[in-house]
Write a protein of this length. Structure first.
Length: 336
C-alpha cells in the first residue's frame, strides 16, 4: 500500500472521514468497477466506511451558471473540475477559505498506480469552521473530514488560500452568486427546427443561457489583481478552465445521458455504515453477466461465513438473500 492508501484506511477506521458522495463511499468500502463504469463488483472483504445522506439532501437547490450544484458535488461530475466545484460549493457558506495546493501523497500514489511519474497533483478544496474545528469538504473525493486528518492523508504543500472576504470582492464571483437561483436552458430544448428556413436554431432560452456564459467567461478572462497574483491566476486560469462553455456542455451531456439511459441507482436517503449495511445494499448494478454471477456468489459467501462463525442459522432473512439462494441453485451446475 502507498502512504496515501495507508493513511486513508487509518482515517476511515478511526471514523475521521464521512462520505457524502455515495459512489465514493462504495469505493471506500471496497466496491470497484471493471472496464465500464456500470460494471460494479462486490468486495470479498468489506472495508469500513461511513456515508452521510443528509449533507446533499439538506443543501438548498442552488445553481452554478445554471447547473444544479447538488449534481456538481457528485464525483461523476466533480472529478477534474475541483476549482469550479469548490467555488460552487462556497455559495452555501458565509465564511470559508478556498485552498489550492499540491497533494504530495496522492501524487506519489498516482505515480505508483499509473506508472507515470507525477511530481505534483494540484487540487482545490473548501475549508470551513465547523463545531470549533477547521473542516475540509472535498468535492473530488466526496468526503468531509477535519483539516488535521486531511493533512495526514494527503500531505499538502505549496498551499495558497483565498478567503471568503477576498472572493466576494471579485466580479465573476458576484455574478455567479447573483445567478444561484437561475436554472439554465432545459436539456433537449437547446435548439428548434425552423420548417420555413429548413434549419436548426437556438431557442430563446438557450440564447439567454449562452449570453450569460459568454459574459461570465469574459469577466474571468479580464480579471486582474496585482496585489494578489494567486487570486488573479485562480480566476483567470483555474476557474475559467473548469467552468467554460465546453465544461458546462460536458456536464449537460452527462446529465442528458443519465436521463436517456435511466440510471439504475439513486443516492440513498439514509446514513450508511459499510460494515453493517453494505451486505444488504442492492443499489449498484452491473450489466455484465459474469460480474452479476460473481456478485451473487460473493453475497452468498457473506451469509455462509456468518453461519459458520455463529454455528447456527441466525442471520436475518430478506428478499435479497432468498433471491440469492434461488439464483445460486440455478447456476450452481456451471461451477461444478
Amino acid at each position: 500500500m502507498t502512504t496515501f492508501e495507508q493513511n486513508l484506511e487509518k482515517a476511515k477506521n478511526d471514523e475521521k472521514i464521512v462520505y457524502y458522495d455515495y459512489l465514493s463511499y462504495k469505493r471506500a468500502a471496497g466496491w470497484w468497477t471493471g472496464f465500464m463504469n456500470d460494471d460494479w463488483h462486490r468486495p470479498t472483504v468489506i472495508k469500513k466506511a461511513k456515508y452521510n445522506a443528509q449533507f446533499l439532501q439538506k443543501l438548498p437547490q442552488y445553481y452554478f451558471l445554471g447547473f444544479p450544484i447538488k449534481e456538481l458535488l457528485k464525483c461523476s461530475y466533480s472529478n477534474g473540475y475541483c476549482h469550479a466545484c469548490v467555488v460552487a460549493l462556497s455559495l452555501y457558506f458565509q465564511d470559508f477559505e478556498i485552498v489550492t495546493c499540491n497533494l504530495q501523497n496522492y501524487a506519489d500514489h498516482y505515480t505508483v498506480k499509473s506508472g507515470e511519474k507525477t511530481e505534483e497533483y494540484e487540487h482545490t478544496f473548501l475549508l470551513i469552521e465547523l463545531d470549533g474545528k477547521k473542516t475540509v469538504i472535498d468535492s473530488t473525493f466526496g468526503f468531509i473530514t477535519d483539516f488535521e486528518s486531511y493533512k495526514e492523508i494527503f500531505n499538502p504543500n505549496n498551499i495558497r488560500i483565498i478567503t471568503s472576504g477576498q472572493l466576494k470582492e471579485v466580479k465573476p464571483y458576484q455574478y455567479i452568486k447573483s445567478l444561484k437561483l437561475y436554472k439554465g436552458s432545459p436539456l433537449g430544448l437547446n435548439e428548434v427546427y425552423d420548417e420555413e428556413k429548413k434549419e436548426w436554431h437556438a431557442t430563446e432560452e438557450e440564447q439567454k443561457y449562452q449570453k450569460i456564459l459568454k459574459e461570465y467567461m469574459n469577466m474571468c478572462r479580464n480579471y486582474s489583481n496585482d496585489q494578489n497574483t494567486h487570486l488573479s491566476d485562480f480566476i483567470k486560469i483555474c476557474l475559467l478552465n473548469t467552468s467554460n462553455s465546453s465544461c458546462l456542455e460536458n456536464w449537460r451531456d452527462h446529465l442528458e445521458f443519465k436521463k436517456i439511459h435511466n440510471t439504475k441507482f439513486e443516492y440513498p436517503t439514509v446514513n450508511l455504515s459499510s460494515l453493517e449495511d453494505d451486505e444488504f445494499d442492492e443499489n449498484l448494478y452491473s450489466d455484465c453477466e459474469d460480474t452479476i454471477i460473481k456478485n451473487e456468489i460473493t453475497l452468498l459467501s457473506y451469509h455462509i461465513q456468518e453461519n459458520n462463525e455463529d454455528n447456527s442459522p441466525s442471520y436475518r432473512e430478506s428478499n435479497l438473500k432468498i433471491r440469492v439462494r434461488s439464483f445460486i441453485n440455478k447456476i450452481k451446475s456451471q461451477f461444478i
